[in-house]
Design a protein around this ligand. Structure first.
Ligand SMILES: Cc1ncc(C[n+]2csc(CCOP(=O)(O)OP(=O)(O)O)c2C)c(N)n1
Length: 595
């Protein structure tokens, strides 16, 4: 990359920006131009990278996120000042909550006009301070290469996250001496070093001594690429594994040790194993309230080993007995080695599987006794769970599944059988309706030729459906399965359960818009499916389309709920199995018994 001949070349700020992106190896920028960022769009014409013109800046942000989730690389978006920049804010907040590496470039009004309420001025570094890992208003054109290099470094290292670089128009128009690589000057930014060997040994010892351990696996395992070491650890120590909403796919759901998702809509076995365990090994997870329920009542008998790259997470919600700060890519293999050493020093007769065997059998019995349950009548209303299970069977886990936010997201996470990492993309922390379509677009660009399926709610879909136009024009054959229940379903469910069925402003109706016509208007293929028996055939038809995006309007049951459920803020001990279980079964489950 370093080219001595380029040392004395003078370029404009805009050219420096584009050259910096090229030198960072950026292959795609999602964006939409406007006045302040105009100078940057000129050299972009001749650049060796792809620009995808979105229809709304929020779409650019989520597309950059989807690209990053799907590839592990940093996603890039570029927009103009003022409304362009503020339209990005939701996506940046989303990326911040879910630790997604994104670099956002925003145009800004000329430096002399900053603070004058100039046309399309917004203090975007001020606005995004709390939702970015770092941001910078660049006032010296000479700083552009370093600002961009630093942005990528910060976004992609340590705990990943979004970084915003704000570039005033005059800074983009000024000239500077081009030089690459720039010297980065980040005195306050430190990526955690290797994990402390003493902490690793301590963790191995408590794991070895535990009789009822559980691995609580978060998104950090996927981000660090340490899923293989996770499998090795789980099998070596014979420990049941729970995978959070952020970690679906980090451990194969079909594995006998897999308990599935914990938390508010988690599987009974996963939720209960965490409540009853004597040791939680938290790996790249953050004890989020959707997992813990009432924090004071969470896992009351458990010691905690907490391994995370972000020291701020350790002890934030739950004090650990053993803290390991560092990259899981190093921590997990070292933990495996340390566990082997501890085990062999205790002699082959006393093997780890024997220590935990009873516990593993108990968890498996819970799994069998209290599975996910729903009823699909052959002629009855179409159940969303049925659609997800048909999709799961048809793809065998060989697809990238993207979700919106709501009941459909939970049904997708619960009923799809994930086999590998980076096959599940969703908005976990912020819970952003409108995430799915643009995130699927970004994922499809990052993984061309692979099957990308967005499972979306009718409410969510209508928030960012305009990106279907982008997908059609770019020839991106994403599949969008709308679970059209005619309601803001998850909110309807909460009104049913917690507001005495007093439904207020949650009815959308199923037929406006006509999603098939809408799909066709956007240059996509559109199908509709209402009968349970037709699901497999319609999915096959949809999956067979490879040259345009596809939208399927699944007319799903309007009152279907998501269960199990732990009401918000309640102890996880009170997990409700739902209407498919008898009172006797619920009572037995509450007592942890297996009928
Ligand atoms: C931008 C945004 N606004 C509001 C909410 C609150 N909310 C959470 S789920 C939900 C309903 C989603 O409805 P839909 O997309 O139809 O999905 P369903 O729950 O019916 O599957 C709402 C309004 C949100 N998460 N995000």
């Amino acid at each position: 990359m370093f080219d001595r001949k380029e040392l004395l070349v003078h370029v404009t700020g805009a050219q420096a920006l584009v050259k910096s992106l090229e030198n960072q190896g950026v292959e795609v920028v999602f964006g939409l131009p406007g006045g302040a960022i105009l100078p940057a769009y000129d050299p972009l014409r001749d650049a060796g990278l792809r620009h995808v013109l979105v229809r709304h800046e929020q779409g650019a942000g989520h597309a950059a996120e989807g690209y990053a989730w799907a590839t592990g690389r940093t996603g890039v978006c570029m927009v103009t000042s003022g409304p362009g920049a503020t339209n990005l804010v939701t996506a940046l907040a989303d990326a911040y909550m879910d630790s997604v590496p994104v670099v956002a470039i925003t145009g800004q009004v000329p430096t002399a006009m900053i603070g004058t309420d100039a046309f399309q001025e917004s203090d975007i570094t001020g606005i995004t301070g709390p939702v970015t890992k770092h941001n910078e208003l660049v006032t010296d054109p000479q700083r552009i290469p370093a600002a961009i290099a630093e942005a990528f470094h910060i976004a992609g290292t340590g705990r990943p996250g979004p970084v915003l670089v704000d570039l005033p128009k005059d800074v983009l128009q000024a000239t500077l001496r081009w030089s690459w690589p720039p010297v980065m000057d980040l005195p306050g930014y430190k990526v955690p070093g290797p994990p402390d060997p003493a902490a690793i040994t301590a963790a191995a010892r408590v794991l070895r001594a535990a009789r009822r351990p559980v691995l609580y696996v978060g998104g950090g395992v996927i981000k660090s690429g340490s899923h293989e070491a996770l499998l090795e650890l789980a099998e070596l120590a014979n420990v049941p594994v729970t995978t959070t909403l952020m970690a679906r796919g980090a451990f194969p759901d079909a594995h006998p040790l897999a308990l599935g998702m914990p938390g508010m809509h988690g599987m009974y076995a996963a939720v209960t194993a965490l409540q009853e365990c004597d040791l939680i090994v938290a790996l790249g997870a953050r004890f989020d309230d959707r997992v813990t329920g009432k924090l004071a009542a969470f896992a009351p008998h458990a010691k905690v080993v907490h391994a995370d790259i972000d020291p701020a997470e350790i002890g934030k919600n739950r004090s650990p007995d053993v803290a390991i700060t560092g990259d899981l890519a190093a921590t997990l293999p070292e933990l495996v080695t340390a566990l082997r050493a501890v085990t062999s020093s205790e002699g082959p007769a006393d093997t780890a599987p024997a220590n935990t065997g009873d516990w593993v059998r108990t968890c498996a019995a819970w799994k069998r006794a209290y599975p996910l349950r729903y009823t699909q009548e052959p002629d009855g209303p179409l159940k969303p769970q049925h659609v997800v299970e048909q999709l799961s069977a048809l793809t065998g886990g060989d697809a990238v599944i993207v979700a919106g936010v709501g009941q459909h997201q939970m049904h997708a996470s619960q009923h799809y059988s994930f086999t590998k990492p980076r096959s599940w993309i969703n908005s976990g922390g912020l819970g952003t309706m409108g995430f799915a379509v643009p995130a699927a677009m970004g994922a499809q660009i990052g993984r061309p030729g692979e099957l990308v399926v967005a499972i979306d709610g009718d409410g969510c879909f209508q928030m960012t459906a305009q990106e279907l136009a982008t997908c059609a024009i770019e020839g991106l054959p994403i599949k969008v399965l709308i679970f059209n229940n005619g309601f803001l379903g998850m909110v309807r469910q909460w009104q049913e359960l917690f507001y005495d069925e007093r439904y207020s402003e949650v009815h959308l109706g199923t037929s406006i818009p006509d999603y098939v016509k809408l799909a066709e208007a956007y240059g996509c293929a559109g199908f509709r499916c209402e009968a349970p028996g037709d699901v497999a055939a319609v999915l096959e038809k949809a999956l067979a389309v490879t040259d345009t995006p596809v939208v399927v309007d699944f007319r799903t049951h309007d009152v279907e709920g998501v269960f199990p459920m732990v009401p918000a803020g309640q102890p996880n001990d009170g997990i409700v199995l739902g209407p498919e279980f008898s009172a006797a079964e619920q009572a037995a489950a509450t007592r942890r018994e297996v009928p």
